[in-house]
Ligand binder design. Structure first.
Ligand code: KIV
Length: 274
């Protein structure tokens, strides 16, 4: 089975009203990638892993080496979804050449398929250089988590005519630079609908309404595994944290009462022949 490519994802937009929305979820490990792969089109190795897995306060301390390690695991755990990886903060903003050097490392060492870069229209020359070097890029506009250093920075974007026009210009500039898709985070429905109608490439929304061509959520959030702040746009499809709590409580009780391990979980007794 071959993986979906960036061109396959872009082609979904051309199918117009008959196109199936693009399904995207995050994974940071091989087992989770394996579980998602049958149902997703894209698995995103997001730099949200800094907060979700490592308990960091924001995503700004995530390193290229961390992204390479987790992206490699996700590639090993999946077969059919496109594996998309975030370029972490500090690895692409200095110059297009810095971005190309780190992008090559990230893809060559992990075996992933495409990269996502957060940024506005100023990032267009960087995206253009990566695309000219056969590196598929997804843009990320609207709310840019790498610029947010505390929970109260997660705010709806594009609420005034001026900021809405700027986000549209950002998305158009990244498309013209060659991005195969543009992710929009935390924007209102009318703006998401307008941008989606203006772009030739698919839009992927997170907190950006059903008007987008696809949707992404952080898997730990939608499974009900995350603790702490959960944005309003997250629908909980599971309650795994309470299932883990129940299971661990039960295990602890049985260890303390010596009910575990019972005979079925022990090796059968054989008398040593001395
Ligand atoms: O890092 C991430 O998981 C992301 C999503 C929030 C889209 O970029």
């Amino acid at each position: 089975m071959s993986r979906l490519s960036a061109a396959d994802i872009t082609a979904r937009k051309r199918d117009g009203a008959t196109a199936l929305p693009i399904v995207v979820l995050t994974a940071y490990t091989a087992p989770m990638a394996h579980l998602l792969d049958a149902h997703t089109d894209i698995i995103l190795v997001g730099d949200s892993l800094g907060m979700v897995l490592y308990g960091m306060e924001n995503t700004r301390s995530v390193s290229l080496d961390m992204m390479i390690a987790h992206a490699s695991a996700v590639v090993r755990g999946s077969k059919k979804s496109l594996v998309l990886v975030d370029m972490p903060f500090g690895t692409y903003e200095e110059s297009p050449e810095q971005a190309l050097r780190n992008a090559r490392r990230l893809l060559d060492e992990s075996g992933a398929d495409a990269l996502k870069l957060e940024g506005d229209a100023q990032l267009a020359p960087t995206v253009a250089l990566l695309v000219q070097n056969n590196i598929p890029v997804m843009g990320h506009v609207g709310l840019l988590p790498q610029q947010v250093t505390s929970a109260d920075g997660f705010k709806t974007q594009g609420k005034t005519d001026e900021t809405a026009a700027r986000i549209l210009q950002d998305a158009l500039a990244l498309q013209e630079a060659g991005a195969f898709s543009v992710l929009m985070e935390a924007v209102t429905e009318p703006l998401a609908r307008h941008i989606t109608a203006q772009l030739r490439v698919p839009t992927i929304g997170i907190g950006a309404s059903p008007a987008c061509d696809g949707q992404v959520l952080v898997t730990d959030d939608m499974l009900g595994l995350s603790a702490g702040y959960i944005p309003r746009f997250v629908k909980r499809y599971g309650a795994l944290a309470s299932q883990v709590d129940d299971a661990v409580k039960h295990y602890a009780q049985e260890v303390r009462s010596r009910a575990f391990p019972s005979a079925e979980y022990c090796y059968p007794y054989t008398k040593p022949t001395l």
